[in-house]
Ligand binder design. Structure first.
Ligand code: GSH
Length: 228
């Protein structure tokens, strides 16, 4: 059994989707990041950077519990463990790892900051919006180009790179980022194909009743960003 330390956000969804896709048994351990539960010592022992998602695999590599933090590392761990979405051939696997790192190093941070300056900053700061939302549009353009040459980010097959990227391009997140998906027809086609997968629908629906993006009150802002 795998414990999933989770809250319904784009980074959380990467792992709920992957667990559903790989048909691995898991138990959800909610970590309410809006009320500061990520800052407890117990959670920090599992996730040193005090961010969700994290997992504890109770049948880990030594036979006992094994904790993994950072969503990209979790996806690679689950793919290796399940043998699913993890091709044996080196070039195919490396393509997946490249696009997974691309997500973790670019899409996540830039889209995240675009959302921060649009939906969370206590005052409007045009420089931040222009910088990060400009990068977000550039990255959509890059994905649109790539997805004009193949069905999925890393090639012909759906992979953990797509599982990592799709939640950041889901409709509720696009709204926050002021992205019109019709400007990026290949991304639109790719997102539609991913959205139609039952495992994606189950993973994205996990705890969706408490999902809230943007518009924080003062207590939530303090839990997420500390005292300003
Ligand atoms: N690089 C990390 C980022 C994780 C992350 O930023 N998680 C957010 C939710 S999407 C979080 O836990 N935020 C709580 C906080 O900022 O205190 C990963 O990919 O796992």
């Amino acid at each position: 059994m795998i414990d999933l330390y989770y809250w319904p956000t784009p980074n959380g969804h990467k792992v709920s989707v992957a667990l559903e896709e790989m048909e691995l048994a898991y138990a959800v351990k909610p970590v309410n990041i809006l009320s500061g539960e990520q800052h407890t010592a117990d959670f920090q022992a599992i996730s040193p950077n005090t961010r969700i998602p994290a997992i504890v695999d109770h049948e880990g590599p030594g036979g006992g519990p094994y904790a993994v933090f950072e969503s990209g590392a979790i996806l690679m761990y689950l793919a290796e463990k399940s043998g699913r979405f993890w091709p044996a051939e080196l070039a195919q696997r490396s393509n997946i790892v490249q696009w997974l790192f691309f997500q973790c190093a670019n899409i996540g941070p830039m889209f995240g900051q675009c959302g921060h300056f649009r939906g969370y900053a206590p005052e409007r700061i045009d420089y931040g919006i222009n910088r990060y939302c400009g990068e977000t549009v550039r990255l959509y353009g890059l994905m649109n180009e790539v997805l004009g040459t193949r069905d999925f980010l890393a090639g012909a097959n759906y992979s953990i790179a797509d599982m990592a990227t799709y939640p950041w391009c889901a409709p509720i997140v696009r709204d926050l980022h002021a992205i019109d998906i019709n400007d990026f027809p290949n991304v639109k086609r790719w997102a539609g194909a991913i959205e139609s997968r039952p495992a994606v629908q189950r993973g994205m629906a996990l705890m969706s009743d408490v999902m809230k993006i943007g518009d924080p009150d003062d207590a939530t802002r303090e839990a997420l960003f500390g005292k300003q």
